[in-house]
Design a protein around this ligand. Sequence first.
Ligand code: AMP
Length: 438
Amino acid sequence: MSFEALGLSSEVLRAVTEEGYDTPTPIQQAAIPLVLSGVDVMASAQTGTGKTAGFTLPMLQRLSLSERPVRGRKGPPPVRALVLTPTRELAAQIAESVSTYGKYLQIRSAVVFGGVSINPQISQLRKGVDILIATPGRLLDHAGQNTVDLSRLEILVLDEADRMLDMGFIHDVKRVLALLPESAQRQNLLFSATFSKDIKQLAGRMLNDPQLVEVAPQNATADRIEQQVHLVDKSRKRELLSRMIRDEDWRQVLVFTRTKHGANRLAEQLSKEGLSAAAIHGNKSQGARTRALAGFKEGKLRVLVATDIAARGLDIDQLPNVVNFELPNVPEDYVHRIGRTARAGLSGKAVSLVCVDEAKLLRDIEKLIRRELPRIHIEGFDVDPSIKAEPIRKTSKPTPGPGQGRGRRSRDRNAGKKPPVGAQASASRGASRRRRGA
Ligand code: AMP
């Protein structure tokens, strides 16, 4: 199937062709005609499936074909379409896609998120914005100051709805919904990787008679990813990682750690060894995060170390390698993490460094993805049989993520604390808890 067959206008098709896309992805094939027809859509799709273009292309087209509402005498001109996303990085990426795909249309877009000055956002909103991409906290700040008018909204997109709820944004989302016209008077699109009970409840509140789009099973992205497990002692993970980066000549790698403190420490250690590395997590300033991400995207950094929430939705072109320096507490996060590679049809490699503590987490992941991951052994990295496992705390209370403004960011209680000496699996339970606490 071609993009032409989906009913897209020549202006939109021109932008798509310039991006080098020739075939719509399955989510695009299913979602674009539905969104163009004006119905509500509830779609199950992960990042990496092309879902952004799946809602952005038809949204741009619909807005370009209808009249702008007349501006009221007071306040900013009404926003016509709102894309709500959980993180700042995702918001910035969607905004970039909207500009790219809409470059031959007279559609104005803007992005608002916390952590940066509100004033330039206010002046942009005052000039008039057709499509606003926003994280919930900063959007509510604007609503509180009457610098945004959502009362005439025509299209609402809730992106990564599951992550939005995981990050504790449900109340903010409900507050935003209360600022919009009746749900029947707007088109509503909800995208989520999973459909939990909570998501279905939210969908019931937000969508009218939605069309369901379900293209990829949970782990479909994983099929093109070469996945490996290296069993290794905790204290030797960093050494093994640097060895693999050098010996296998990895051009770039995104490394996941469980804690912010762990991310900082690993990035520092790798830098000292001469590998260009930076960390990205919720305690870093927006400027530092943007710089690290830009440096990585431009190829100036070879290693980007990230926590789950910071990495959520990152779209890095042709990322060849992902490493789980520590396995995630929640097995679904494994699928999200490795989905950072092998995007849009490319292949990729995902390596998990697993110590004895993490055996149970590994079993849970293998159960979820319904396959046993191959164990790879690298000479010189034998596991010390005298090291005993400690149970890993299962509760992973999500820390407020990078999408939040308004001072809601939690402090990393571990930041600045010295890590336990010789961080071995046999260290005391208290020390181990501290290591995992962020
Ligand atoms: P997304 O799932 O929206 O984050 O998109 C993942 C990646 O796929 C992005 O880098 C897009 O630029 C790319 N992409 C989206 N649609 C297509 C397509 N039809 N053909 C090739 N690449 C695409």
